[in-house]
Design a binder for this molecule. Structure first.
Ligand SMILES: Cc1cc2nc3c(=O)[nH]c(=O)nc-3n(C[C@H](O)[C@H](O)[C@H](O)COP(=O)(O)OP(=O)(O)OC[C@H]3O[C@@H](n4cnc5c(N)ncnc54)[C@H](O)[C@@H]3O)c2cc1C
Ligand code: FES
Length: 427
C-alpha cells in the first residue's frame, strides 16, 4: 500500500520533470527561431526515443527475470501439420512458469534423444510465431533422405524424429531463445522480409510481430517456393495482406504446376531477387532480412549489393554452414577476402593423437576432422548452438561467418572456422 503511494509520487515527479524538460526544449527552439511545427516534430522525435529506451529496458528486465540456463522441459501442447512437409509444434513450459520474451527471428536449441544416436543430438529451430507469451512455436520441415544411401539413417534425423515420433503431451529439452538475426521492434524504418522455403520461419515471426504490435511500419514480405504444394501458411499470409495497409505480401513460385494460377495462387513466377525488387519496390531504401536455401541467399546478397544496398542494411541467417561470405567477415581474413584460404598448416588433434596437414579441401575444421575420422561434437553446423566448441591449445582460427553462440576465450567453434596458423586442438 505504502509502496503504491511512493510509486504514484515518483510517477508524478517524473511527469513534472518531463514537462519541465519539454518546456525548456520548446523555449530553446523558439529562441532559436524554429517554427511551432518544427518544435512539435522535434518533441515527437524525442518522445519516440524516450519510449524506445523505456521499451528496451522493460524487454531486458523481463528477459533477465524469466530466462533460464541449460535445458528446460517443455510440453508439446499442439502438433499441427502445415503444407509442404512442414509441421508446427506449439510448446509450453512444463514448470508452468512464465516465458521470457524473445526477439522475432531468434531460434530455440533442442537437446534430443534420437533412436539411433549414441549421444544427445543438438538442433536449432527458429521461432515461427511472434512472442505472444503463452507458447513458443517452431515449424519443422521433414528432411529428405541423403543422396548417398550409405549415409541414410532416419533414426539420426531430428526433423524426421519430430514429424514421426514427437506427439502432443511429449516433453522436450529446450534451451532459451538465442541468435543475432532478429528484427529491432523498437524501430519503425521500412523493411523487406524474405523467406525461401522453410527459411520462412524467422521472417514469419518478424511479420507476425509487426502486425500484432499494431506498427504502421512499411513492410514487404516475399515468400519464394516452388509451387502450390509448398505454399505454407497461405491463409494466414493472405489475411495479413488484406487487413494491413502497410503490409504487402508477395508470393513467388519458381516452378508452378498446371493447377497453379498466377494472380490467384501466386503473384510472380521466377525467383526472389534484386531483379524482382527493382520491379516491385518503390526504391532500394529498406532493411532486408532473409533466410533460405544457400543459392538463394548468395544471389540475394550479391544482387542487393550490386543494387547499392549498403551491407549494414542486409541481414541474413543460414540454417546450415554459411555460404554467403559478407565483406564484414571476409575483411577479418587480413584483407584477403577473395584469396583462396591458406593451406599447409599442421593441425594436431591432441586427444585423437592425430596430426594432419590442412589442405583446404573442407570448409571448416569440423568438416576436415570428420573427413579424417576424428570424432567431434556438432549440432547446428552454423555457429549457433555452441556444441562444437573446442579448446585451442596453440594457434588461431579465422571465422567464415560471425558466431552467434558465445565463444570462451581460448576456444573456437570448429563448424565455422578454418586454421589461421599451425594449431593444436583439444579434440
Ligand atoms: C539457426 C537455425 C535455425 C533453424 N531453423 C529451422 C526451422 O525453423 N525449421 C526447420 O525445419 N529447420 C531449421 N533449421 C535446420 C535444422 O536445425 C536441421 O538442420 C534440419 O532439421 C535437418 O536436421 P536433421 O537432423 O533432420 O538432418 P541432418 O542433420 O541433415 O541429418 C542427420 C542424419 O540423419 C540422416 N538423415 C536425415 N534425413 C534422413 C532421411 N530422410 N532418411 C534417412 N536418413 C536421413 C543423415 O544422413 C544424417 O546421418 C535451422 C537451423 C539453424 C542453424
Ligand atoms: S555445431 Fe553449432 S556452433 Fe558449431
Amino acid at each position: 500500500m505504502e509502496l503504491g503511494v511512493v510509486n504514484y509520487v515518483a510517477i508524478a515527479v517524473l511527469a513534472l520533470m518531463g514537462l519541465y524538460v519539454l518546456s525548456l526544449i520548446y523555449n530553446n527552439f523558439r529562441a532559436a527561431g524554429v517554427t511551432d511545427r518544427g518544435v512539435a516534430e522535434e518533441i515527437r522525435f524525442l518522445k519516440e526515443r524516450v519510449d524506445r529506451i523505456k521499451a528496451v529496458r522493460e524487454f531486458d528486465k523481463q528477459k533477465n527475470e524469466l530466462s533460464w540456463n541449460g535445458a528446460r522441459k517443455f510440453r508439446v501442447a499442439r502438433k499441427h501439420p502445415e503444407n509442404g512437409e512442414i509441421c508446427s509444434f506449439y510448446l509450453q513450459p512444463h514448470d508452468e512458469r512464465p516465458l521470457p520474451p524473445f526477439e522475432p527471428g531468434q531460434y530455440l536449441t533442442f537437446k534430443l534423444d534420437l533412436p539411433s544416436a549414441k549421444k544427445v543430438t543438438t538442433r536449432c529451430y527458429s521461432l515461427s510465431d511472434s512472442p505472444k507469451g503463452e507458447y513458443y512455436r517452431v515449424s519443422i520441415k521433414r528432411n529428405p533422405p541423403p543422396k548417398d544411401p550409405a549415409k541414410a539413417d532416419i533414426g539420426k534425423s531430428s526433423s524426421n524424429f519430430f514429424h514421426d515420433q514427437v506427439n502432443e503431451g511429449d516433453i522436450l529439452n529446450v534451451h532459451a531463445p538465442g541468435g543475432d538475426f532478429f528484427l529491432d521492434m523498437h524501430r519503425s524504418t521500412p523493411v523487406v522480409l524474405i523467406g525461401g522455403g522453410i527459411g520462412i520461419t524467422p521472417v514469419l515471426s518478424m511479420l507476425n510481430a509487426i502486425v500484432e504490435s499494431g506498427s504502421t511500419r512499411e513492410t514487404w514480405f516475399f515468400l519464394g517456393i516452388r509451387n502450390g504444394k509448398e505454399h505454407v501458411f497461405r491463409e494466414h499470409l493472405e489475411a495479413i495482406d488484406q487487413a494491413n495497409e502497410n503490409v504487402h505480401v508477395r508470393i513467388v513460385y519458381s516452378g508452378p504446376d498446371e493447377s497453379d494460377v498466377e494472380g490467384k495462387d501466386y503473384h510472380h513466377k521466377g525467383r526472389v531477387g534484386a531483379d524482382l525488387f527493382k520491379e516491385v519496390l518503390p526504391s532500394n531504401n529498406y532493411d532486408y532480412y532473409f533466410c533460405g536455401p544457400p543459392p538463394m541467399m548468395e544471389s540475394l546478397f550479391h544482387g542487393l549489393r550490386d543494387w547499392d544496398v549498403p551491407e549494414s542494411r542486409i541481414h541474413f541467417e543460414a540454417f546450415g554452414p554459411a555460404t554467403v561470405k559478407s565483406k564484414k567477415s571476409a575483411d577479418k581474413d587480413d584483407g584477403k577476402a577473395d584469396a583462396a584460404p591458406a593451406t599447409g598448416f599442421k593441425l594436431k588433434f591432441v586427444k585423437s593423437e592425430k596430426e594432419i596437414v590442412w589442405d583446404g579441401s573442407a570448409d571448416s575444421i569440423l568438416e576436415f576432422a570428420e573427413a579424417n575420422d576424428i570424432d567431434m561434437d556438432s549440432g547446428c553446423r552454423a555457429g549457433a548452438c555452441g556444441t562444437c566448441i573446442t579448446a585451442v591449445l596453440a594457434g588461431d582460427v579465422n571465422y567464415n561467418t560471425d558466431p552467434s553462440a558465445d565463444v570462451d576465450k581460448g576456444s573456437c567453434l570448429t563448424c565455422i572456422s578454418v586454421p589461421k596458423s599451425d594449431m593444436e586442438l583439444d579434440a
